[in-house]
Design a protein around this ligand. Structure first.
Ligand code: NAP
Length: 328
């Protein structure tokens, strides 16, 4: 049997990278083997990967030499940053740059960089439609990723720019699930400005990434935008209501009201939703459900995701809600 090509996966203990590792494991006859990169090889999640037969190595995007050795000998590298852990776009850019450099130095043949748009290309800093955040960003957790696209291009490893979409898992983990309206009924409140929202099951991002590695050279240098389905607020609320067995009404929250909610990142997320509404057509067009399905044929629709996950969505006034995490 031919030797497997190693895909070194940053974020292997997390949602995106974990999905990729599981997709590789689910395809034992395929050409790839996963190498999980983690800052904590002795964590429970890392140990579970090792127990599943995955090579686990130490690597920290804040410590560039460790990335270099984690990428050495790999055919591919999946690169993802976790903005929400520190909420510093400068640090996110440094981490992404360290990955791009390590990939070049290690001679990796294919990088998949998990990215988002630099919103400042359409809404420059002096454009008052969106408030400027931290002095030089419109949507910090998008902009630094988009800025890093150029760094990957400059470093020169063959790179595919994987544009991800809103995780439906946010309805479980990110405090975005339904709440009770004044009449006691469930309300899905999001600032969409009547725009449709490309969404995806976080787990499916890794499946699409595996599809990108499988296609190889054909997708090098390309931006590949993925989504499981693109739905309006009322469509999401309707599907959620059917899955929960009780009606869910959609409430379109004004962008300013959302930005003013005051939780860490509320301004960033408020701007993100307003950017998506301002550029709905381009934003949706750059995330292609048919292409995503061709990369990962079993990618889930929202209804399919709900069928598996509705019971995990915290519902106010129930025991599950009491255990739910606070908004990030
Ligand atoms: N939520 C959404 O709707 C959404 C949509 C699109 C994109 N995103 C983006 O997705 C990214 C997060 O990805 P995720 O959801 O897969 O994250 P996650 O599930 O929270 O896991 C974070 C992963 O990043 C790894 N990590 C963090 N800092 C690291 C470092 N310095 N060096 C090496 N590894 C590091 C962690 O590994 P260890 O702890 O094991 O080291 C962990 O595996 C964010 O940047 C966010 O902007 C989110």
């Amino acid at each position: 049997m031919a030797e497997k090509k190693i895909i070194a996966v940053v974020g292997a203990t997390g949602a995106q990278g974990g999905g990729l590792v599981r997709a590789i494991l689910a395809n034992p006859a395929g050409p790839f083997a996963a190498r999980a990169i983690t800052r904590r090889p002795d964590s429970d999640r890392a140990r579970a990967l090792a127990a599943a037969g995955v090579e686990v190595v130490g690597g920290d995007a804040d410590d560039p030499p460790t990335l270099r050795s984690a990428f050495d000998g790999a055919h591919g590298a999946y690169c993802v940053t976790n903005y929400w852990e520190h909420m510093s776009p400068e640090r996110e850019l440094r981490q992404a740059s360290a990955m791009a450099r390590a990939a070049r130095q290690s001679g990796v043949s294919h990088v998949v960089w998990s990215t988002l748009e630099d919103t400042r290309e359409r809404v420059p800093l002096d454009d008052a439609r969106l408030p400027t955040i931290q002095g030089r960003y419109k949507v910090p957790h998008f902009d630094a990723k988009g800025e890093a696209d150029e760094v990957f291009a400059r470093e020169g490893s063959p790179t595919t720019y994987l544009r991800t979409a809103f995780y439906w898992d946010n309805f479980i983990f990110f405090g975005m699930g339904p709440r009770r309206g004044a009449d006691g009924g469930l309300v899905l409140a999001l600032p969409l400005g009547e725009a449709r929202l490309p969404g995806i099951a976080a787990e499916d991002i890794g499946k699409c990434a595996l599809g990108v590695f499988q296609r190889g050279a054909e997708l090098v240098g390309k931006h590949v935008g993925i989504a499981g389905e693109i739905l309006s607020g009322p469509e999401m609320a309707g599907a959620m209501g059917r899955a929960l067995g009780q009606p869910v009404q959609f409430l379109d929250v004004p962008f300013n009201a959302y930005r003013a909610l005051g939780f860490p990142g509320a301004d960033d997320l408020g701007n993100m939703f307003e950017y998506q509404a301002l550029y709905e057509e381009e934003f949706c067009r750059s995330r292609d459900v048919a292409l995503s399905r061709s990369l990962a044929p079993d990618i889930q629709s929202f209804a399919a995701w709900l069928e598996r996950n509705a019971a995990r969505i915290p519902i106010p006034g129930t025991a599950a809600d009491a255990e739910a995490p606070p908004p990030a």
